[in-house]
Design a protein around this ligand. Structure first.
Ligand SMILES: Nc1ncnc2c1ncn2[C@@H]1O[C@H](COP(=O)(O)OP(=O)(O)OP(=O)(O)O)[C@@H](O)[C@H]1O
Ligand SMILES: [Mg+2]
Length: 272
């Protein structure tokens, strides 16, 4: 069977949830004066899709995610959210970074509540915000630790507070930059399964940046492989065919798994 498809394989019936349209981005460079990090890059993401961006270190994945989040402006081209240009951060676009930057003087629950209050808290009553915070902390299995402060939580628990906080904001699109980075293999494994479950329960659009090909194959509907920069672009748009709901055993024992994994690793190393 064909395991890959190009970006244009399936026609879009409505405006995509999120689109990059011929975006480019560069930064001042010490020797060259200016360095274009992203060459002209275009892709679109459908509503409800889980898309992962992988690529060599320094290729521009975080830069691309910041453009999608409206945290940085492209030098040319545009980002569109449901057909509307993205020119600034928006409540409709949630972001999870590798460093969750929890407020150290607040408990896990207060950190989630603080974010809910900051993001249009007046839309919800205090008791509703409480209920949401408790709900999401329970889903990441932190109910027992909700009253502990970040300094009293392990690294993995802090990551889970960050994930609960991002999900609690209920944005249409959730953009995640290495949300499980810097964790030991076992904790990462467990959190990948939690993220899989949460993303399959939630009708939302997800964009994940990761270095981990197995994580990408477990979680994604589609994987965009960025080429080695400078002037990185989407080298390949790979469809991940595994049926949902997924579990790791079923995915990893699928006949396509090894071929896809090999293809992605090959693209990451030879796509420079
Ligand atoms: N604000 C900035 N000013 C100057 N250069 C920048 C800036 N942000 C990113 N860059 C450069 O852009 C390139 C891409 O960086 P980016 O962080 O997007 O890469 P990445 O693919 O996320 O890498 P990693 O996998 O290591 O996280 C790098 O060469 C980096 O030095
Ligand atoms: Mg990065």
């Amino acid at each position: 069977m064909t395991v890959t498809s190009e970006a244009t394989a399936e026609p879009l019936t409505a405006a995509p949830a999120l689109a990059a349209v011929e975006v480019t981005k560069g930064f001042p460079h010490r020797r060259r004066g200016f360095q274009r990090v992203l060459g002209e890059t275009s892709f679109s993401i459908r509503e409800g899709e889980f898309v992962t961006i992988i690529g060599p270190s320094g290729s521009g994945k975080s830069t691309l995610l910041k453009l999608l989040a409206g945290l940085e402006a492209p030098d040319s081209g545009r980002v569109e959210l449901a057909g509307e240009p993205v020119t600034a951060p928006s409540r409709r676009l949630g972001v999870v970074f590798q460093q969750h930057v929890l407020l150290p003087w607040l408990t896990a629950k207060q950190n989630v509540l603080f974010a809910l209050e900051a993001h249009g808290g007046s839309d919800r009553s205090a008791s509703e915000r409480e209920r949401l915070a408790e709900h999401w902390l329970e889903l990441v299995q932190l109910s027992d630790a909700k009253d502990l402060k970040p300094g009293q939580l392990s690294g993995g628990m802090q990551q889970r507070v960050g994930i609960a906080r991002a999900f609690a904001l209920e944005s249409e699109v959730l953009l995640m930059d290495e949300p499980l980075g810097a964790l030991d293999a076992l904790t990462r494994h467990t959190l990948q399964l939690q993220l899989l479950k949460l993303s399959e329960q939630e009708k939302r659009t997800f964009v994940l940046v990761t270095h981990d090909v197995d994580e990408a194959l477990l979680l994604s509907d589609r994987i965009l492989v960025l080429s080695q920069g400078p002037e990185a672009a989407v080298l390949k748009d790979v469809k991940v065919p595994f049926p949902r709901p997924r579990d790791r055993d079923a995915v990893e024992s699928s006949s396509d798994y090894l071929a896809l994994r090999r293809e992605l690793l090959g693209l990451l190393t030879s796509g420079s």
